[in-house]
Ligand binder design. Structure first.
Ligand code: SF4
Ligand code: SF4
Length: 429
């Protein structure tokens, strides 16, 4: 069971990172096939540019971005296109392309581009912290004075951002210097959590030499969430409807920075992810490099299978990740880990009545009153849920997690948000 300790504006969780923190990222065996969704980003699905029967290499463009808020999709292995199909990713049905591996490992590099934004766009890079916003659009014509690099990785179990710092610090600094030269940032800040400081002490000097500020934030969850991070670093509030650019801030995740390195200096599009495979139900925990589109099932095999009956297999971490209905789902550009939990380590909620302890209110990092929003939603009072600020919820799950009555507050608030947004859309028409 994860231990909790209440903190004002956030909760303290057991990190469960001790074992994978020190594990160098390793490459898994090549999967026999990959199933690559054409939407792994916020915005429009990419348009396929290959057909069944085509031979492709690792790095061949499979689908091109459709409009500004979209991203190119490349093959993550060399082989043959065998299927254009549709699959479910969570609640969404998306087109996907299946490639059978020919094990020839042929590689297609990106063509030279004139500008940094064009390189990032051609490589299909999206925010790897989970949101999946196309990265070139974030930098497009940037006039921000501050660049914040999120390496806080506040989710329990996940350690891939930490591995980027340990394994690719030089490369990260090279990209940050390039971004500074291109966009004239006045301040660049790299953010890590306090519990990582002792073992990451070696980064202080090189960062200082490169004029990059190291910001240490507390260990409590969710320090890595955009709104919380911006408040911590700049003391500015990202209120509803505003984006970091409005505060002259560009914020991106450290794994995204490494993907930019690969595109700029190695001409490699984004075709693989390092993910943390962890949890008490997996036989061998790993930080594993895998082609995008690899099935969760294959990844679990690469880690020796399950050591005990898994109660939950989660795409991502246990707080903001998504419960997987099937192990055949492929990993996406935005996947940071797979967490396999047995019944001993999972919370198996049996909901009881609210005891009005206020823990959900104290724990909400954005100052909401979660139980009141949940109650309003359950009573069908959407207007009240909106009035209580449901749209400000950042889906961190701290309220549900901390609730002693095991009320699924987050799920109520998510539903309320989705219905409020639909209502707003209807009213616009
Ligand atoms: S209401 Fe939203 S932001 Fe607040 S704790 Fe719950 S999930 Fe997190
Ligand atoms: S919803 Fe849960 S955490 Fe919030 S006041 Fe009720 S019992 Fe306490």
């Amino acid at each position: 069971m994860l231990n909790l300790k209440l903190r004002l504006g956030g909760i303290k969780l057991q990190k469960n990172k001790e074992e994978t923190n020190q594990l160098k990222s390793v490459e898994g065996d090549m999967p026999p096939s990959v199933l690559i969704p054409l939407s792994m980003h916020i915005g429009k699905e990419a348009k396929p540019v290959v057909k069944v029967g085509d031979q492709v290499k690792k790095g061949t463009l499979l689908a091109e971005r459709d409009g500004l808020i979209s991203a190119n999709i490349h093959s993550s292995i060399s082989g043959k296109v065998t299927q254009l199909t549709e699959i479910m990713i969570g609640q969404r049905q998306v087109k996907a392309i299946k490639i059978e591996n020919d094990y020839l490992n042929q590689l297609e590099l990106l063509a030279q581009e004139e500008t940094l934004e064009k390189v990032i766009a051609a490589a299909g890079i999206v925010g790897l912290g989970g949101a999946g916003f196309p990265t070139d659009v974030k930098f497009l014509g940037s006039t921000c004075d501050t660049l914040i690099i999120n390496a806080a990785e506040c989710e329990p179990f996940l350690t891939t951002d930490r591995r980027v710092i340990c394994e690719y610090l030089e490369e990260v600094i090279a990209v940050l210097n390039l971004l500074r030269d291109t966009y004239k940032y006045q301040h660049i800040t790299l953010v890590i959590e306090k519990h990582q400081l002792a073992s990451l002490a070696f980064i202080k000097e090189p960062l200082e030499q490169a004029n990059i500020t190291l910001k240490i934030v507390g260990n409590h969850y969710p320090q890595g969430a955009e709104k919380i991070l911006i408040k911590n670093v700049s003391q500015q509030e990202l209120t509803l409807g505003r984006i970091p650019k409005d505060l002259s801030i560009c914020l991106t995740n450290i794994s995204t920075i490494y993907a930019i390195y690969q595109a700029v200096y190695k001409q490699l599009p984004l075709t693989e992810r390092t993910i943390t495979v962890s949890g008490d139900a997996i036989a061998v925990k790993k930080n594993l490099r895998v082609p995008i589109g690899t099935s969760v099932e294959w990844i679990i095999e690469q880690c020796g299978g399950f050591s005990k009956q898994p109660e939950k297999v989660i795409m991502g971490g246990p707080m903001m990740g998504r419960l997987l209905p099937s192990l055949s789902e492929p990993i996406l550009k935005t996947t940071g880990g797979i967490t396999c939990l047995s019944s001993e380590e999972s919370l198996i909620p049996t909901e009881t009545s609210c005891i009005k302890c206020s823990e959900c209110i104290n724990g909400c990092p954005v100052g909401l009153m979660p139980i009141l929003i949940s109650k309003a939603y359950r009573e069908g009072n959407l207007a009240r849920a909106q009035e209580l600020g449901a749209l400000n919820c950042i889906d961190c799950g701290a309220c549900s997690y901390i609730c002693p009555s095991k009320i699924d507050i987050l799920s109520d608030i998510k539903q309320a948000k989705s219905e409020i947004l639909k209502k707003i859309e209807r009213e616009k028409k």
